[in-house]
Design a binder for this molecule. Sequence first.
Ligand code: SF4
Length: 371
Amino acid sequence: MAERVIPLIDQRLGALRAGVPATPIAATGLLSDTLGRPLRDLRISVTDRCNFRCSYCMPKEVFDKDYPYLPHSDLLTFEEITRVAKQFVAHGVRKIRLTGGEPLLRKNIEVLIEQLAALRTVEGEPLDITLTTNGSLLARKAASLKAAGLQRVTVSLDGLQDDVFRAMNDVDFPVADVLRGIEAAREAGLGPIKVNMVVKRGTNDNEILPMARHFKGTGIVLRFIEYMDVGATNGWRMDEVLPSADVVKLINAELPLRQLDASAPGETAERWGYADGGGEVGVISSVTQAFCGGCNRARLSTEGQLYLCLFASQGWDLRSLVRGGAGDEELASAIAHIWQGRGDRYSQLRSTMPPDTGGGARRVEMSYIGG
Ligand code: SF4
């Protein structure tokens, strides 16, 4: 078992200053980076805390009771988040995903959802507002989230057997409660519902077929995610990655599949439909089939740092602008300036890097900027 690495550098402390360009950059809804990728999708982390300790994201050995979580005063308030999100929307963002840590741990998150739901795209359309959760609080929250304006949810579930699930999330939380949360989301009208399963070879890959059988024909879209070298604490090894091509082969042998077209530009999942019409599954293959070419996602950390890639090692401090009296145009200009300079494509470059060193720069933790 690879030695777990305790992060020596805390990205939260080393943010880059987000400057306001001398020549303002107007928000036109059309903003592209150096690779021609438009800004379309904003992921907002609303907390760095979680009640699970998934080994691939927040290993217990590192994220223990002494871990220096962010004090509440450091977090962006709901009003600040909405103000920042409004500038991203003016630049063309159409989809906002709320993440964490576990976003449902953030008190009164419905208030934030109401504020975001009031925003409109540059075309005057409602935003696509979704949320990624571990499902532990969903049974209790589904109805109020829907009433606040949330449209859909993605639930992380890494197995159906309690012992396997426990081996992945490292807390004593029963699968049945997550399934109850998914049912409550369906009853509340939050959909289409997606379920994400991170596949770690040798730990939960024996759950691939049981999960596919369980969700087939339910209208819920199951996606299998390749185990990724996110952050610097999960002890990632390539031999624990089960390539998506093998996952598709495994399912197809029992439940025949046919490939489907992407449903939107920049979609991370490769879609497969059951040949008998029983719905679809997806695979997200950041390790073996990088999709950086269409990556239109920005990430906002819970205390207001802008990250341009899940595997980035530094973010830009937008909070200082927000709390420093910058106007909306200045904020929008600063965001545009940063995005226009973006060239990130870590997954595409991963295979050119020496094995498991991640190119030297210590990557930001996924639990801090959301998946
Ligand atoms: S590795 Fe970075 S640039 Fe590539 S798809 Fe993921 S987030 Fe986007």
